[in-house]
Write a protein that binds this ligand. Structure first.
Ligand code: SF4
Ligand code: SF4
Ligand code: SF4
Length: 506
């Protein structure tokens, strides 16, 4: 006798249709890849399973669908909240690890929102960016060892060992692999990076032949699985990054489920069709800083010292010391990825409970490298939930040269942060390989929206720099005196090296 062990979870979201206005066109039924909506007895009828992706709302010509968040169905309990009880029930059903996507979904303190920027008044006049130049050009790579001024007043850069990548704004689009997102979505991100003259990460899945035209604006990721990594690929791109860790899942490898490994992905990653792409947790050839040094040297040699080579790490408790070792190992740039950084798939327990917020991590790294006289040698990139120009500006003042952005770029393309990327059924055609869904994302439209977003952020950066009386973004890097803390825990301000609101300069 079989025993039923699966218990139905209460609904979280429910689509509600105004049947008076409904045209019975069934567009919503076709829109929902989660098969929540059906047309029966002359009505749209919802079934359980809505994830609030909002695609049906967008498709409905009569604007007669709304998605309602259901009241928690559980009795109140102060300790076992509904989220915990849902998780326990889901695991008792499946016996497995709970997966999710996007960034951490726990309300840890958002430190960016407790930092205020300074503004110029009287003795340090502001700059009007409409009338005076405000420079946001940014360089990625190892810094020149020394700047000297020649007798005739020219600046003479004692050249570094690698060329620098020049970007028109201090923004990189983070690594999002083909496989975790669709061909159309990756095409849009790469097109946007080319148009903005910034850099986008390829993710760990190699580079599709069609995307080589964008290679001068791409950073190749070398992760532990080495999927799709060839010397031709490495030589074509503008920069190479070794991925040691990712903020959303520190200490964890990558996992692309077999159903997402369709022909296109299988060819690009150079793995068999339909097989799970699992990259190991550690790089099996890196167990020390010396091993890392060796891989950096190998990558520099295989790219004939023509591109900067960086290292990406997740923000963890000892991040300052780790970054110091990475600079000593010869990295030209370091990306520190914070706790709230996005992912296409991660065990929820790691996503929500391991790591460190980017505000603290980038500040710790910047301070440690300064103390050791290493800060000028590398470009520091900070990523992990940079949600707005304000976050970007504060992050730069905490020590970042560049910020990496993923989720905001995805939202610009249509993502509603429904956290279902790992299921591969994205109704917006972004985190999916299903051909019927991929076509929903129009590459030129998505690319233009990403371009618009980052142009707007760059304008806001100029406005803020001008208001602070700063004419170049480089002068804001690590300039903590232009930040003040206004949150509940002054100890955080101490760790950030930021004064409390009300404390003056000097
Ligand atoms: S399309 Fe999205 S929002 Fe609409 S019913 Fe389906 S899952 Fe819910
Ligand atoms: S898309 Fe809107 S109008 Fe069309 S059937 Fe669905 S609810 Fe009705
Ligand atoms: S990419 Fe798609 S599945 Fe992933 S969070 Fe965004 S809308 Fe949801």
């Amino acid at each position: 006798m079989s025993v039923q062990t699966v218990v139905r979870l209460p609904e979280k979201y429910r689509p509600v249709v105004d049947h008076e206005l409904c045209l019975r066109c069934k567009k919503c039924v076709r829109a929902c890849s989660y098969e929540v909506l059906e047309f029966k007895d002359d009505r749209i009828r919802p079934k359980p399973g809505c994830v609030a992706c909002l695609r049906c709302v967008y498709e409905c010509p009569a604007q007669c669908i709304t998605v309602k968040e259901m009241e928690p169905q559980f009795a109140h309990h102060a300790v076992f909240d509904p989220v915990l009880r849902r998780s326990i029930i889901a695991q008792s059903n499946s016996g497995g690890v709970l997966l999710s996507s996007c960034g951490a979904n726990v309300e840890y303190m958002d430190i960016f929102s407790h930092l205020l920027l300074d503004a110029a008044q009287v003795t340090n006049p502001s700059i009007d960016p409409l009338r005076e130049p405000v420079e946001t050009r940014t360089y990625l790579g190892r810094r020149p060892g020394k700047v000297t001024v020649t007798d005739d007043g020219r600046i003479d850069l004692q050249s570094s060992s690698t060329p620098l990548v020049v970007m028109d704004m201090p923004i990189m689009i983070g690594h999002i692999s083909l496989g975790s997102i669709s061909y159309n979505a990756q095409a849009a991100l790469f097109q946007a990076a080319s148009e903005l003259n910034i850099v986008a990460g390829t993710g760990e899945g190699g580079l599709h032949a069609d995307f080589y035209k964008h290679s001068k604006n791409l950073c190749a990721e070398v992760a532990s699985g080495r999927f799709g990594v060839t010397s031709h690929y490495l030589k074509e791109v503008s920069s190479v990054e070794i991925k040691i860790g990712q903020g959303a899942k520190p200490g964890h490898g990558g996992h692309l489920p077999g159903e997402k490994v369709q022909e296109l992905v299988s060819q690009t990653r150079m793995i068999p069709l339909g097989t799970d792409a699992l990259s190991p947790y550690p790089h099996h050839d890196i167990y020390s800083i010396e091993d890392l040094q060796q891989l950096i040297s190998v990558l520099k040699e295989s790219t004939e010292y023509q591109v900067p080579v960086g290292v990406k790490i997740a923000a963890v408790h000892n991040v300052g010391a780790i970054a110091s070792g990475i600079v000593r190992a010869g990295a030209d740039f370091i990306t520190v990825d914070g706790l709230r950084g996005g992912t296409g798939s991660a065990p929820r327990v790691i996503r929500d409970h391991a790591g460190m917020p980017i505000e603290i991590a980038i500040s710790a790294v910047d301070q440690r490298l300064q103390e050791e006289g290493l800060r000028d040698k590398v470009t520091l990139c900070a990523s992990g939930s940079i949600r707005s120009a304000a976050d970007m500006i504060k992050c730069i003042a905490l020590g970042a040269d560049v910020v990496g952005v993923c989720t905001a770029a995805m939202i610009a393309m249509g993502c509603t942060v429904c956290q279902q990327c790992h299921r591969g059924m994205c109704t917006w055609g972004i985190a999916t390989q299903r051909q019927d869904l991929v076509g929903r994302l129009q590459t030129p439209v998505a690319a233009q929206r990403v371009v618009n977003l980052f142009r707007a952020w760059n304008e806001e950066l100029k406005e803020m720099l001008g208001a602070m009386g700063i004419d170049s973004v480089e002068s804001l890097v690590g300039n903590r005196d232009r930040l003040r803390y206004i949150g509940p825990n002054p100890r955080i301000a101490e760790i950030l090296g930021v004064k409390h609101s009300g404390e003056g300069w000097g």
